[in-house]
Design a protein around this ligand. Structure first.
Ligand SMILES: C[S@@+](CC[C@H](N)C(=O)[O-])C[C@H]1O[C@@H](n2cnc3c(N)ncnc32)[C@H](O)[C@@H]1O
Length: 225
């Protein structure tokens, strides 16, 4: 069995396509026929492969990754047109505002703690009506009941009933023992409202298999109001 198997890109593309299918007939502005898009934390380009299999057409798909090695591998994907090596937050700051129809981020937000900066930057980068779709690792899967019915190996290092539990719930994210960050669905919902995004869809499901364990995540499809 593989030690690490990524699923976030599949979950993200399925959610995006489902929303696109249900909206396109009634909302002609819901993603243009030639999409200008940005892939945050593209890695080897799994998203590009998955997007290529959909009916969505891209005039530009710019990818950003902090790792030179990952970008080198992403360069082999024909769907990508531009490559930016750097941190997603600072790269978003330097890009022209109100430019992109679509910003995607599969399994990269678990590398960030607070998400307000990235939400604000993504909102600025998008054209009005633009779509920001991303996955997060589900914090609920790591907390005691009533947030979830199971715990995974990479648990939050707290005891059930610990006052920290409430603190984490209030904060909306926590750094896990493996160094990744899990985010609560309600936290992302709050930020979506704060930065004037409409939540088009939210889904739950496995974003990764890690050491034989399924890692639960949320996928969000947000529309810039
Ligand atoms: C788990 S991989 C996901 C890759 C890809 N999106 C996918 O779904 O297969 C996370 C990627 O995010 C990149 N990354 C992590 N933190 C980053 C940051 N702050 N800025 C840019 N890229 C980052 C890593 O180099 C890695 O390629």
């Amino acid at each position: 069995m593989k030690l690490l198997a990524y699923r976030a890109h599949v979950m993200l593309v399925s959610a995006l396509v489902a929303v696109h299918e249900s909206r396109k007939e009634h909302d002609s502005n819901f993603l243009p026929t030639a999409i200008n898009a940005l892939d945050l934390g593209c890695g080897t380009g799994l998203l590009a492969d998955a997007l290529e299999k959909t009916e969505l057409q891209f005039q530009n798909l710019t990818c950003i990754d902090i790792s030179q090695e990952m970008l080198k591998r992403a360069r082999s994907k024909p769907t990508y047109t531009q490559f930016i090596e750097g941190d997603i937050a600072s790269s978003l700051r330097s890009l022209q505002q109100q430019t992109y129809d679509l910003v995607v981020a599969a399994d990269v937000l678990p590398y960030l703690a607070r998400l307000d900066d990235i939400m604000e930057r993504a909102h600025k980068a998008l054209v009005p009506g633009g779509i920001f779709t991303f996955t997060v690792e589900a914090l609920e899967a790591h907390l005691p009941l009533p947030y979830a019915s199971s715990r995974s190996d990479d648990h939050v290092e707290i005891d059930a009933g610990d006052p920290l539990d409430q603190e984490i719930h209030t904060k909306g994210w926590a750094i896990l023992s493996n160094g990744r960050v899990a985010h609560e669905r309600a936290y992302v919902d709050r930020l979506a409202r704060k930065f004037k995004f409409l939540v088009e869809a939210v889904g739950d499901g496995p974003i990764r298999w890690q050491r034989g364990n399924q890692v639960e995540g949320h996928v969000f499809v947000l529309k810039k109001v």
